[in-house]
Design a protein around this ligand. Structure first.
Ligand code: ARG
Length: 463
């Protein structure tokens, strides 16, 4: 098809590239993953070419058909990747030309690999994004199911990893559902900004041919055409935004994984992980290690590094297309693979884990989880907040000296702070009663938690 081997750009060259250069510049070893999306873009382009009269209806039909056959051919692993054919776009076009001859040579009319690769990347990213959104909902479902399953369990809530105030187990699980919902929202926001068609922008300046970009946009499910051709061929904002959304999602998974690694320790003893999600030690027979959670925590680094990678690739790039942009793909692919696999394993891990109610319950009264509720009780009795804070602090010290809980202090200790505080004060003491006292919207109070749980069940059922 050209003077230089299979190259689609060989006309002006007198010699082919050195083997080292070929190896250095190729992208087929990774961008072969774009083939379905590249072909979808080419089929839409071929239909448009007939629509505007640049090829005949018969030629267009032949192109669309042959491209579909090439997709199947690749599905079956029958197209050999050749380093000298550089990238997936060239492979498909060369194969098309070998099948259709001159008709095949018309496909690239009005197109550059620059708008072609941007289109294929956007289509691939959009599909990946949609799969991740489904995966996020799957994990949200697992957390909501766990919230129902463990309803009624009271957990110690922590700040600074020190015991703070009691929380209902569903409140705990729903905290992650909320984080995941923001992740989902970020993905969908990124999708809306991604969904503008690059094709038709040509190499950088557009085309003098009567291309119908809106036609192609409709064919490929884009919301419209990207407005500025010069912007298009350098634009990888969609990849950067997607990678940020994935990174924050992976960060949420990593934090949660760390928490459960802690909870599964003998020291915490809050959580029983299913054997299926743990591994043993080659030496220590008693070990049951939370490797899945550890890897999920560790792989946050991979996703994060993909984000850094795309941002650094984009840093300092002048308009318009630069070959640096070829480096976007592995960053996106690796982050998607990592997050998809983490989500896929996280949902059944959550489903198969159980809170160790006996172990949690046995030490629930340790750590003065009811102290803040007592403070608020004093405020209800008209005591200024700061005075109440100091008074409860003193009561806690008395408990520590007597090795007892607040609920075990004699009435006199309370009445010396506010005459008549006892016996009513005992109604808010003890973790269970302290928890029942929470009443604000979004709090861990039983009413607020029940309505949040019901709302999430309905919301996920409607998805
Ligand atoms: N493999 C290239 C990439 O991924 C395709 C675009 C090449 N364009 C060019 N002018 N060399 O970016």
């Amino acid at each position: 098809m050209s003077t230089q081997g299979g190259k689609t750009w060989g006309g002006r060259f007198s010699s082919g590239p050195d083997a080292l250069v070929e190896a250095y510049t190729e992208s087929i070893s990774f961008d072969h993953r774009l083939y379905r999306h590249d072909i979808a873009g080419s089929q839409a382009h071929a239909r448009m070419l007939a629509h505007v009269g640049l090829v005949s209806a018969e030629e267009s039909a032949a192109l669309v058909k042959a491209l579909g056959e090439i997709a199947t051919h690749i599905d079956e692993g029958r197209l050999a990747w050749r380093r000298d054919l550089e990238d997936i776009h060239t492979h498909i076009e060369v194969e098309l030309i070998s099948r259709l001859g001159d008709t095949g040579r018309k496909l690239h009319t009005g197109r550059s690999r620059n708008d072609q690769v941007a289109t294929a990347m956007k289509l691939w990213t959009r599909d990946a994004l949609d799969r991740v959104v489904v995966g996020v909902s799957g994990l949200q479902r697992a957390f909501v199911d766990a919230a129902e399953r463990e309803d009624g369990v009271i957990l110690p809530g922590y700040t600074h990893l020190q015991r703070a105030q009691p929380v209902l187990a569903p409140h705990y699980y729903l905290a992650y559902v909320e984080k995941l919902e923001r992740d989902r929202g970020r993905l969908l926001d990124a999708r809306a900004r991604l969904n503008w068609l690059p094709l038709g922008a040509g190499a950088l300046a557009g085309s003098s041919l009567p291309l119908d970009r809106a036609f192609v946009a409709r064919e490929l499910g884009f919301d419209g055409v990207a407005a500025n051709s010069l912007d298009v061929s350098s634009d990888r904002d969609f990849a950067a935004e997607f990678l940020f959304a994935l990174t924050l999602l992976a960060t949420h998974l990593g934090g949660w994984a760390e928490e459960w690694v802690l909870w599964a320790t003998t020291e915490f003893g809050f959580l029983e992980l299913s054997d299926a999600f743990c591994t043993g030690s080659s030496l220590m027979p008693q070990k049951k290690n939370p490797d899945v959670l550890e890897l999920m925590r560790g792989r946050t680094a991979r996703v994060n590094s993909s984000l850094q990678r795309i941002l650094v690739i984009l840093k300092g790039l002048p308009l318009a297309y630069n070959r640096d942009l070829q480096e976007d793909k592995e960053a996106v692919f690796d982050a998607v693979d990592t997050v998809e696999r983490s989500l896929a394993v996280a949902a059944p891990l959550v489903a198969s884990s159980r809170l160790r109610r006996d172990r949690i319950g046995a030490r629930l009264e340790e750590g003065f989880l009811d102290a803040t509720t007592l403070l608020e009780h004093l405020v209800k009795h008209g005591m200024p907040m700061r005075t109440a804070h100091e008074s409860v602090g003193k009561l806690v010290r008395q408990c520590e000296e007597n090795r007892c809980r607040l609920a075990e202090l004699p009435a006199g200790n309370f009445n010396s702070i506010v005459p008549g505080l006892a016996p009513g004060v005992y109604e808010v003491l003890g973790v269970e009663k302290a928890l029942a006292a929470f009443r604000t919207e979004g709090s861990t109070g039983p009413k607020a938690v029940a309505s949040a749980l019901a709302a999430w069940k309905a919301r996920l059922a409607a998805r």
